[in-house]
Ligand binder design. Sequence first.
Ligand code: NIG
Ligand code: FE
Length: 404
Amino acid sequence: MRHVIVNIRELVGIQPEGTTRLSGAEMDRTGSLRDAWLLMEEGRITDFGTGPAPQAEEVTDARGGMVLPAFCDSHTHLVYAGSREGEFLDKINGLSYEEIARRGGGILNSADLLARTDEESLYRQAKARLDEVVAKGTGAIEIKSGYGLSTEGELKSLRVIQRLKKESKALIKSTFLGAHAVGRGFSQADYVDQVCREMMPLAAPLADFVDVFCDAGFFTPEETARILEAGARYGLRPKIHANELAVSGGVQVGVAHGALSVDHLERTTDAEIEALRGSDTIPTMLPGASFFLNMPYGRAKDYIAAGLPLALASDYNPGSSPSGDMRFVMALACIKMRLTPVQALNAVTLNSACAMGVADETGSITRGKRANLLITRPLPSLVAIPYHYQTPFLAQVILGGEEI
Ligand code: NIG
Ligand code: FE
């Protein structure tokens, strides 16, 4: 079926076929067309242009709004049970993220809750969060396990992600994050063994990627290397949590193991930027975690100035970023990291798609890609999206050519 969007004041995010990432100064550019139309067939973008729109069975009137690629969120933990309001109060009262974790709160608190939650209820909670972020414009999303911390709990989480893949119109990738924290009742060494020997073979068929929280107080670069090697035996490419709490060596171990992305990067030196140069690994920053935990923001501009690509993601999780709002991520990137709106848009669309291995499918306005699109309300320009960062800006979300 042919479906055309007409009356587009500006079509933004156009990229030539075959562009899978934007690095350095390329992040300053995005193709755009004024007074445009866009044609979709069988859920894909097949053409766009200006002047008279082609005939189609279905017509959507953009009413002078902009059309952009839907957001891609390459790093989330939205499969969790309940919430952690108690720790939110602890933080307000002065405890740090690390102090809460050392007292047995944090990730372990979520693992206890998940163990008491049946799979159906876990699915329903995760689906509600997914539906919420899709309504806010996310069309592709990576979701991690990591609140199970036992073989049973990790597999339960991964099965929930599989079911979300089947039942959502969003494009979903799944990551096994058994090494998110040491599960209760294990020594550090025994837990790493458990992840590599028992969990990995069972988790791998349900996962696209493997992740490790390589940071102070969690897993060392040596343990990370072991877990990544175990993942590689099952064909899982790494995506790493690195340098959130300390300069952890996570970037280097990720690059050495061909990680698709290294994520967080709140605390990095020039050595991390050097390690990423010439690699295929996408540095990914999560400004929602900096905002929520009052941490420093990553040196986004330095990464871009060094010629690197930069992706941005939400980190949606109950402990450090209880929001999956990618428009707010764009606003934080502009306000706190001094990215331009165009750089921020490229970071939350094509580069984030690349950081979850789906840049050939989505993340830009390109013929042949999935028609995952946002139609905005009439806006003076792209700048209004991060500027009026709380004013509703979306008129319509279209995923796979269908209005959501
Ligand atoms: O990405 N840093 C590790 N994991 C999450 C937080 C998890 C939690 O506190 O529940 C993050 O920030
Ligand atoms: Fe995370």
